[in-house]
Design a protein around this ligand. Structure first.
Ligand SMILES: [Zn+2]
Length: 288
């Protein structure tokens, strides 16, 4: 197993300009997400695959692009929510992180359900759109690939993997997205898909970096740019107070009277914010 550089993502294109390739190493990012969420094995794999997919999807434009991927299944994990942006920041959570499953397919744990994707290209107020598709495999990457094919109607091959190491933690995580550009070569995407299915785990173990993953899956590519990737949650005490301000007076009064304050946990990063009785009173007065 290679000693990897820090987590990063590359955007690339084949020399003929007909195929775009995005690849990422997300090992530290997935470890951090798992640590924040206290996920057990199978939940870590599901969360890591989804976080990697989110990062790969948020690469269409430059400047303010965001992608939210929500996979809601009827299995024990309940679902996965991922929020990624073009700065290489990602955060996410699993419905039930404590679910314990042995290494193996994620599908039995995710179950059947729906993949929702909301994109904000960050270009203008009309550049937000969303779509959904069914969970077809339950392995996360295959389901997001199906979404791209069906809802966005772009010929796509997507593979995301989390490899478990000795010592009970993530050894390598990463992924690759290969997409047909207009007038592109559909069969090249099919070939890439075959290589992904044939052994993405082996490629991740040997590639060395994101460009190596891209070349192993899509052949010769020209790297357009490289960006760092990390787990990042922008929540803050101020944002939590802003959210409390959206509650009605009655609800704030109940928090003051019955709970003498509020304790709010961020779903994404598990940070705990305590808001004092006096502060709640101030928020309430501001509303009046
Ligand atoms: Zn947070």
């Amino acid at each position: 197993m290679h000693d990897y550089p820090g987590d990063h993502l590359i955007r690339a294109i084949t020399p003929d300009g007909r195929i775009r390739v995005v690849a990422a190493i997300t090992t530290t990012t997935v470890r951090e997400a798992a640590h924040r969420q206290k996920t057990q094995h199978i939940a870590t794999v599901a969360l890591g695959r989804a976080a990697t997919a989110g990062l790969l999807l948020a690469t269409l434009t430059k400047g303010g692009e965001r992608v939210t991927v929500q996979i809601l299944g009827d299995g024990p994990l309940r679902g996965i929510t991922i929020d990624a942006n073009d700065q290489g920041n990602v955060r996410g959570y699993v419905g039930r992180p404590e679910v314990e499953g042995n290494p193996g397919p994620v599908a039995p744990w995710l179950g059947k359900g729906i993949v929702h994707v909301v994109r904000d290209l960050g270009l203008n107020k009309d550049s937000q759109y969303g779509g959904q598709s069914e969970i077809v495999s339950g392995e996360v990457d295959l389901d997001v690939e199906h979404y791209l094919q069906k809802s966005e109607q772009i010929e796509s091959a997507l593979g995301c993997e989390v490899i478990w190491g000795d010592g009970g933690q993530v050894a390598v995580a990463g992924g690759v997205l290969v997409q047909c550009l207009p007038s592109g070569d559909v069969s090249a995407v099919a070939d890439a898909r075959e290589r992904i299915r044939g052994g993405l785990a082996r490629v991740l173990g040997e590639a060395g970096d994101a460009a190596g993953i891209a070349r192993a899956i899509a052949g010769e590519v020209t790297v357009l740019d490289t960006r760092p990737v990390r787990f990042f949650c922008p929540c803050s005490a101020q944002r939590i107070e802003d959210t409390l301000g959206l509650l009605g007076d009655a609800e704030l009064q109940a928090m003051i009277r019955e709970d003498h304050g509020a304790e709010i946990t961020c779903n994404f990063c598990n940070a705990v914010y305590r808001v004092s009785e006096a502060r709640l009173e101030e928020i309430r007065r501001r509303l009046a």
